[in-house]
Design a protein around this ligand. Sequence first.
Ligand code: ADP
Ligand code: MG
Length: 394
Amino acid sequence: MNKKELWDKFDSTFRDFDLENGAYAAPGRVNLIGEHTDYNDGFVMPMAIEKEITMLAQLRPDKKIKFYSLDYDQLVEYDLNNLEYDQENVWANYLLGVVDEIQKLGKKLQGFNLMFTGNVPQGSGLSSSAALEVVTAMTICDLHKIKIDGVEMALLAQRAENNFVGVQCGIMDQYISRLGKKDHALLIDCRSNDYQLVPFKNDDYQIVICNSKVERGLVDSEYNQRRNECNQAVEFFAKKENEKITALRDVELKTVEKYKEEIPENVYKRAHHVVSENDRVLASQKALESDEMHKFGELMYASHKSLSEDYEVSCKELDILVEIAAEENITGARMTGAGFGGCTVNLVKKDRTEQFLKIIKEKYKKETDIDAEVYISNPAAGARKIYVEPQPDY
Ligand code: ADP
Ligand code: MG
């Protein structure tokens, strides 16, 4: 839908008031490198993608809030004074959670109508949920003229997912959706919550995301097991080396190697992944800053190998996608997200992109009988106000 069609739809759905209105957007994201490092107080480096959720909104004079999901064609209504988890319309909880967190700050809200649509693939590890939370937070705050800085807004959106939706996600997704910048990746320190934009602009390269179309089924139980193993490793290193070690972030690779024979093999492997992955994230930052794309690509392949062999969170299909990229001499490729399905992220020379897309789809289909989906993206802008009505380019 173009802008005019969107506003027409908004009008015909529920615009009854001559009050403040606006339109906003927030992107999904892909993690370029730094997997399973966040809950170990480490580093991650995502970028925002050129897929986003767009939201149109208007204040109401009462205490009603209405959400219209264009993609699900569902309209729901609630009362600001009585926010409860919606069992029936699960998607609405991402918005309700944000409303709840804003109210918890002591901000007085009036009613509003929201309509939204998005093209971030859902449940594929590209964080459509964070895009939805962040765009909702930006919309409500802007309409009410609530001043809240980017980090605070990202943290608020994260709390919405933690507290209302009930998903214990880290800070990465909401940070990048809110703070991302065109032609930049974002290095995030998951211990201090500090962040740094990393220039990522090279006209010869593109990011290609391949969706394996494998559902991330095992994630919960395997995730808890990995966290336990990481905790075991921390306890071990704290006892043996230095009691100040409180997370794998504090451990060096040579220390992991020193105790290889003393710790259970699975614990060694998990620690080896996390500690080496943190090093790779920082090396990737340097590579991007000095425009060394080949170096960055090598680090991506090394990250995949470590996730597959040491952390054991890949799956056959993700390995196949990365193998095909390697066979085609693609500059970099790795699984991205928690694993056991979801997507791979590829660093591809632009003049190879078209051919690569064709080959990877064909070979993947042949080996797995699954049709992969592919998306091309450059590092995109974070959340922003996009237009207010009426516009001259209407
Ligand atoms: P991911 O964040 O990896 O895409 P999640 O399971 O965390 O996957 O979030 C996906 C959920 O977010 C969807 O099931 C839906 O409830 C909500 N959502 C995302 N995009 C939209 C959209 N365009 N319209 C309605 N709901 C959406
Ligand atoms: Mg999500």
